[in-house]
Every structure is written in C-alpha cells, then in structure tokens.
Write a protein that binds this ligand. Structure first.
Ligand SMILES: [Zn+2]
Length: 179
C-alpha cells in the first residue's frame, strides 16, 4: 500500500510531525484525533466502502520538542545525507558521524556537536576540531524540531495537496535541511 503524508498538529495548531495517512486514519477511528482536512482524491478502502484519507489532523496534546540524544539515522536525516565539510551527498552506508569536539577530548554525543560527514572528510579531520583542521563547516549543527526531521524523512512523498496544507499551517519552505 502506498503511504501518503498526513500533517499532525498539536492542540495549539502547531505542526509537530507527519504520520502516514493510514496511521492517521486509525487514530481517527479510535477517536484519538480530530481531522481538520481530508485529501480530495486519496481514499482508504474497506471491502464495502471508502473513506477520504486524512490530510491534516490535530492531536489533543501539547507537544514538546525532541529532547533525547540523536540516533545516527536521525542525524543523517537532519543533515539531509550531506557531508558538513564538502557538501557531498552520502548514502546511508557511506555516511559517518563526526564529533566537532572529538570524543577523546570530551566532545559529547549531542545534536550540537555532531555532523554528518563523508569518510574522506572524517579521516582528514581526524582527532582535531574543524578549526584546528582548517576545515569549514557548511552549516552549524542544531537540535532539530521533530517537524524538521519528519519533513526531511517524508519529502519524497509530498504531493500538491500536502504542500498546500504545509503552507496553510505556516511551513513555507520545503527546503528544510537545517539553516
Ligand atoms: Zn566530505
């Protein structure tokens, strides 16, 4: 089954994440969300009837942004699978995590100290800070919001209706890698 994105708002109407339309529909059936908009053409089918797929839902919670430490994969998604030093796109199995302040010198595993790097740049930098290595960062690593992570994860599945919903709820740019 093809999965379509459903924008999830918290109770303050702030976009907080993206669910698949199927998951959103299940929440609707369970009365765990309010559907604010449906897709016009995308439907879910049961043997006897069809239902419009949720496009935007509201969940009755106040959402707190991601406080936990990053996983490797979440980091790569935050950085859009781009090496922070040379800008090269790296595949999942080629990407490495670079500690800005090296681990051996007390650098922590946290969003602000970690960037995606290709293995060449990571080796070149070695056990030094970017400054010591004379390597410039193309972006400053930040703790992302869950909506940024979700947008990056789902962007290949965006469609016209979904993009319209994003802009309705204040997300103007789909260039969300990090800024
Ligand atoms: Zn590189």
């Amino acid at each position: 089954m093809i999965l379509y994105p459903t924008l999830v708002l918290d109770k303050t109407y702030t976009p907080v994440t993206i669910f698949s339309h199927k998951k959103a529909f299940l929440l609707e059936l369970l009365n765990k969300c309010e559907v604010l908009e449906h897709y016009e053409r995308i439907k879910l089918h049961s043997p006897s009837c069809e239902f419009p797929a949720p496009l935007v839902i509201k969940i009755p919670v106040l959402f707190r942004h991601w406080q936990s430490s990053p996983t490797r994969r979440a980091l790569f998604i935050r950085d859009n699978f781009t090496c922070a030093y040379c800008g090269k796109t790296v595949k999942d199995n080629e990407a490495t995590v670079d500690h800005l302040v090296p681990k051996s010198r007390g650098g922590k595993w946290e969003w602000e100290n970690l960037v995606t790097s290709c293995s060449e740049c990571n080796q070149r930098k070695g056990n030094r800070t970017p400054k010591e290595a004379g390597m410039e960062l193309l972006f400053k690593p930040k703790r992302p919001s869950t909506i940024q992570i979700a947008l990056n994860r789902w962007k290949s599945k965006f469609n016209e209706e979904f993009l319209r919903a994003l802009s309705t709820y204040g997300i103007r740019s789909i260039n969300v890698s990090i800024g």
